[in-house]
Design a binder for this molecule. Structure first.
Ligand code: PGA
Length: 244
């Protein structure tokens, strides 16, 4: 299975989102064996899901709280994401870890909450530049995946993001991507996280129509979580076509 997910981050307002979706739908639909998702900001979830879900696209939240409801100002819950049309949720993106103090402990609870509300978690993991330079890459990945010992197995996608290559124009070399994904695969097996169904691992960081075909030739890479290029429907449609 191949997967391509657009991470819009904190971009676009409703008319821009509508125009994006109409343009995208005129260019592509997910083919057999390819899952395509869009993760818009919360305010756009209803609009985007009404437009794209009937055409076979999935919609993801960019974050979700572990509690179903309560006094958590500024947060959104998993049942609220479902109610807004989501079938999945991004968890642990490096920007959440870096700027909002997301911890592995909180992520274990969020993964379980996502499963409880029938949402597919797209768990993001990856090392910073300091960690890579210190030779700690695999140890960081091992640690970030160790939450699966607490959650147990369940449906999951994993996105590997070398943090130093996000939005910087820097690219991980094929050998680095392969090493990380092969390690992720072995850790998933160790945690029996593949028990329910195959767990695709996606690559994250500045995929473009120029770089994506080569990434897709790397064993274990099932697709991409796309930031900047996903704001251009022409580029995103091309990535979907390349994955199909
Ligand atoms: P980028 O972001 O494609 O702009 O590097 C990817 C992501 O952070 O999801």
């Amino acid at each position: 299975m191949r997967c391509v997910v657009a991470n819009w981050k904190m971009n676009l307002a409703s008319e821009e989102a509508r125009a994006f979706c109409e343009d995208l739908l005129g260019r592509c639909t997910p083919g057999a064996g390819t899952e395509v998702g869009i993760a818009p900001p919360f305010t756009l979830l209803h609009l985007v899901s009404d437009l794209v879900r009937p055409r076979g696209f999935q919609v993801f939240g960019q974050n979700g709280h572990a509690e179903a409801k309560g006094a958590f100002t500024g947060e959104i819950s998993m049942p609220q994401l479902r109610d807004a049309g989501c079938s999945g949720v991004l968890l642990g993106h490096s920007e959440r870890r870096q700027f909002f103090g997301e911890t592995d402990g909180a992520l274990a609870k969020k993964v379980k909450a996502a499963w409880q509300w029938d949402l597919l978690p797209l768990l993001c993991i990856g090392e910073t530049l300091d960690q890579r330079d210190a030779g700690q890459t695999l140890e960081v990945l091992r640690q970030q995946l160790s939450i699966l010992a607490e959650t147990g197995p369940g449906p999951l996608w994993v996105a590997y993001e070398p943090v130093w290559a996000i939005g910087t124009g820097r690219r991980a070399e094929a050998a680095q991507v392969l090493e990380a994904h092969a390690f992720i695969r072995s850790e998933l097996k160790r945690h029996r996280a593949h028990a329910e169904r195959g767990v695709p691992s996606l690559y994250v960081a500045t995929e473009t129509p120029e770089s994506f075909p080569e990434l897709l030739t790397i064993p274990e890479v099932a697709g991409g979580l796309v930031g900047g290029a996903s704001l251009d429907p022409r580029k995103f449609a091309e990535l979907v076509r390349q994955a199909g």
